[in-house]
Design a protein around this ligand. Structure first.
Ligand code: ZN
Length: 165
C-alpha cells in the first residue's frame, strides 16, 4: 500500500521541482505560466487557479495536476471503509462516495476519486486530493456513525482515512 513519491528530476513533464515538502508537488509542477485547458478532463487554468468553465481564447493545452496523478497512479488520499457493515452495504457506500465526489469536484476541480477497490469486508478508495479523502470519511461517518480515523502524513503529503463499522 505504501507508495513512493514521484521522482521529479529528469522528468520533463513535471519540470524542476524544489518546493518544500508540505506543498503538493503536482499542484506546483502542474501550474502553467498562462491560461490553459486540460485536454483530458477539460478543466481550465485561469487567473492562477483551476476551475470548470469555458476556456479563454489564448489557453494552451496542459494536463492538469489531477489527471497527472491519475496517470502516475499516485493518490493524494486513501480512504478505507471496513467491517461487516461495509460487506452488507457496499452499493450504498459506493453511491455515497460518488455523490460526495460529485459535490466536492464541482467546487474543487482537482479533487477526484481515482478508484474504488473491493476487498473482503472493505472498500479502498483512492483520491487525487487530501481534501476529498477527508470529506468522504466525514460523509460516511455522518451518514452511518462508525469509527473514523484520519491521519495526515506530512512527509508523503497525503491523507489516510480509515472508517470501521
Ligand atoms: Zn485534467
Amino acid at each position: 500500500m505504501k507508495s513512493t513519491p514521484p521522482r521529479h528530476t529528469g522528468d520533463a513533464r513535471h519540470g524542476q521541482f524544489y518546493a518544500p515538502r508540505h506543498d503538493d508537488p503536482y499542484l506546483e509542477a502542474g501550474k502553467p505560466a498562462q491560461d490553459a485547458r486540460c485536454p483530458e478532463c477539460g478543466v481550465v487554468f485561469h487567473k492562477g487557479r483551476w476551475a470548470w468553465g469555458p476556456a479563454p481564447k489564448d489557453a494552451i493545452s496542459t494536463t492538469c495536476p489531477a489527471c497527472l496523478r491519475i496517470h502516475d497512479r499516485f493518490p493524494g488520499g486513501y480512504v478505507t471503509l471496513k467491517g461487516p457493515f461495509v460487506q452488507a452495504h457496499r452499493e450504498e457506500l459506493r453511491k455515497l462516495v460518488q455523490a460526495r465526489e460529485a459535490h466536492e469536484k464541482a467546487e474543487h476541480p482537482l479533487e477526484r476519486v481515482m478508484g474504488i477497490g473491493e476487498r473482503a469486508e472493505a472498500l479502498e478508495i483512492t483520491t487525487t486530493g487530501n481534501h476529498l479523502a477527508r470529506a468522504i470519511g466525514n460523509a460516511v461517518r455522518a451518514a452511518y456513525d462508525g469509527n473514523l480515523k484520519v491521519r495526515y502524513e506530512s512527509d508523503e503529503n497525503l491523507v489516510r482515512a480509515v472508517w470501521t463499522r
